[in-house]
Design a protein around this ligand. Structure first.
Ligand SMILES: Cc1cc2nc3c(=O)[nH]c(=O)nc-3n(C[C@H](O)[C@H](O)[C@H](O)COP(=O)(O)OP(=O)(O)OC[C@H]3O[C@@H](n4cnc5c(N)ncnc54)[C@H](O)[C@@H]3O)c2cc1C
Length: 486
């Protein structure tokens, strides 16, 4: 792109590179705003750096989302007379090359706080130290950055309630002023790869359900935030546990990719009265807590926070794992959740708790296997939140559910999906069963099953484990490591 307007900068001023990462938005983007305010020509850049993600490159669903989100960001920038330069390669090498091509003397970015992002950013700073380039970093992803929050002895928090109580005594920075409608660009734009060349979209066409369910990008994120704040937030406290209702915000992928800033979310709901907004703010607190833990305990995506659990006697069973992944366990609420995940890239929080408990307690399969599947299939796959969620379910993390409290999938289904609407939607072969047996179809009479068109062991599986026996086995496994926990 050439000939972009230069309203504030102009010929002779050196350019500033704005390195976009997981902050794929124009509003409340401190790095972008500071670059614009510098008056220098602004060059927005996104680098696909396979090695910069450490052991956790984005999974399939996240790559699909990233592709759409980059397309949306590029289009939004073009509407403002700017552009998004796409490159692939090692971050430091690409930034060095871009600085040489454009004569840029400044690089601005919003801090990444995950361990891999932090070490990549430090490496970039080290590797560019020989250049006459000023690097500025900003906070765009949290209300309370991990290093600014410590308990009275100066250590990280490990329990949510005191963490969040402490956070709420700290000031919250409001979102920045609106981003200008146009700003200075370079006279000659550096070359950009076509988006398709990043090869983010999967070759196999399993993403139709994702496209039907979501609008990735800042515009879609702001619509979700506004409609939630103006409507469903009021009933959030009562509705949020019922997967058949659309009571939650579904902001998670938008927050993960930074298409909306948490400060914008806080501003939209921070002062709202009532139990709904109050409970919602606490969930935002869990997001903050998850990153606090990951930041301070960077080993936890693969190892339990409570080391005693390292000795847990997990089973290996590829058949059972496959049945769980496909939504074919014979437990309707579990299967509904796993199928919602596969189809839409998202699963309701209550059902995430049920399916994860089922994997680790009923099937005795390692939480890391479940976390890996979620990582590949969730559009909101987030290292901090996923680790926290799985360690919570497995009982081995901070603030975890005690291991001996084992969800009964039938009772959970009856309680949180009382009419069976959620199961009917995602497990259509059970849709004609009456509510009183939809969560345990094996208790239905042969006549009821026949009338509903259900053939157990035919079009719907028998339960792959018997819950009462599985519960006993889980408690025995727990007892075997218990001595270490006392
Ligand atoms: C086993 C397991 C794995 C999970 N994996 C992820 C994950 O990879 N990515 C992810 O974003 N969330 C994860 N969660 C947390 C939670 O299920 C989702 O954040 C939530 O369902 C997203 O839907 P929503 O945006 O409608 O949430 P809302 O209820 O509207 O909540 C608003 C926001 O608060 C944050 N939030 C809510 N609950 C949590 C939580 N328990 N932990 C951290 N942040 C939270 C999210 O950013 C969410 O978008 C996981 C939970 C479990 C039990």
């Amino acid at each position: 792109m050439t000939g972009a307007p230069l309203p504030a900068g102009g010929p002779g001023r050196t350019a500033v590179l704005v390195w976009f990462r997981r902050d794929l938005r124009l509003e409340d983007n401190p790095a972008l705003l500071a670059a614009i305010e510098s008056g220098c020509p602004v060059i927005p850049v996104y680098i696909l750096d396979a090695d910069g993600e450490g052991a956790w490159p984005p999974g399939g669903a996240s790559r699909w989302w990233l592709h759409q989100s980059l397309a949306a960001l590029g289009a939004a920038l073009r509407r403002r007379g700017s552009a998004l330069v796409l490159r692939r390669g090692g971050s430091a090498a690409v930034l060095r090359a871009l600085a040489a091509e454009t004569g840029a003397r400044m690089i601005f970015w919003n801090r990444g706080l995950e361990p891999a992002a932090l070490s990549r950013d430090r490496a970039v700073q080290r590797e560019l130290a020989d250049l006459p380039i000023e690097i500025s970093r900003f906070n765009a992803s949290l209300l309370f950055e991990p290093d600014a929050v410590a308990n009275s002895s100066g250590s990280p928090f490990r329990v949510f309630t005191p963490f969040w109580r402490h956070c709420l005594t700290l000031p919250v920075t409001p979102p920045g002023p609106p981003t200008p409608g146009r700003w200075a660009g370079p006279q000659t734009w550096p070359r950009s790869l076509p988006l398709a060349e990043l090869k983010l979209e999967p070759r196999l066409g399993w993403t139709a359900g994702l496209a039907e369910s979501w609008e990735p990008g800042e515009a879609g994120a702001l619509v979700r935030l506004r409609t939630f704040a103006a409507g469903r937030a009021a009933g959030y406290a009562e509705g949020r546990d019922f997967p058949g209702e659309s009571a939650t915000s579904r902001l998670s992928p938008h927050l993960h990719f930074g298409e909306v800033g948490v400060r914008q979310v806080w501003e939209a709901l921070g002062a709202a009265r009532g139990r709904g907004p109050e409970v919602f703010r606490t969930e935002i607190g869990w997001r903050e807590f998850a990153l606090h833990l990951l930041h301070h305990f960077p080993h936890t995506p693969t190892a339990p926070l409570r080391p005693e659990f390292a000795a847990f006697p997990w089973r290996t069973d590829a058949v059972a794992l496959g049945a769980w992944q496909r939504g074919a366990t014979g437990y309707p609420i579990v299967d509904a959740g796993m199928r919602q995940l596969w189809r839409t890239g998202w699963m309701h929080n209550r059902v995430r708790m049920i399916v994860s408990s089922f994997l680790v307690k009923d099937l005795l399969l390692p939480w890391t296997a479940g976390a890996a599947w979620f990582w590949d299939t969730l559009v909101d796959a987030d290292l901090a939140a996923n680790t926290l969620g799985w360690q919570w379910s497995a009982g081995c993390g901070a603030d975890a559910a005690p291991y001996f409290r084992i969800f009964n999938p039938v009772l959970q289904g009856r309680r949180f999906d009382p009419d069976g609407d959620y199961v009917r939607r995602w497990v259509p072969e059970l849709s004609r069963l009456p509510a009183d047996c939809i969560h345990d179809p094996w208790t239905a009479s042969p006549e009821t099953l026949r009338r509903a068109g259900v053939a157990l062991g035919g079009n719907y599986p028998h339960p792959i484990v018997e819950h009462a026996a599985a519960r006993k086995a889980a408690l025995e496994a727990f007892a075997s490591i218990r001595r270490g926990l006392d």
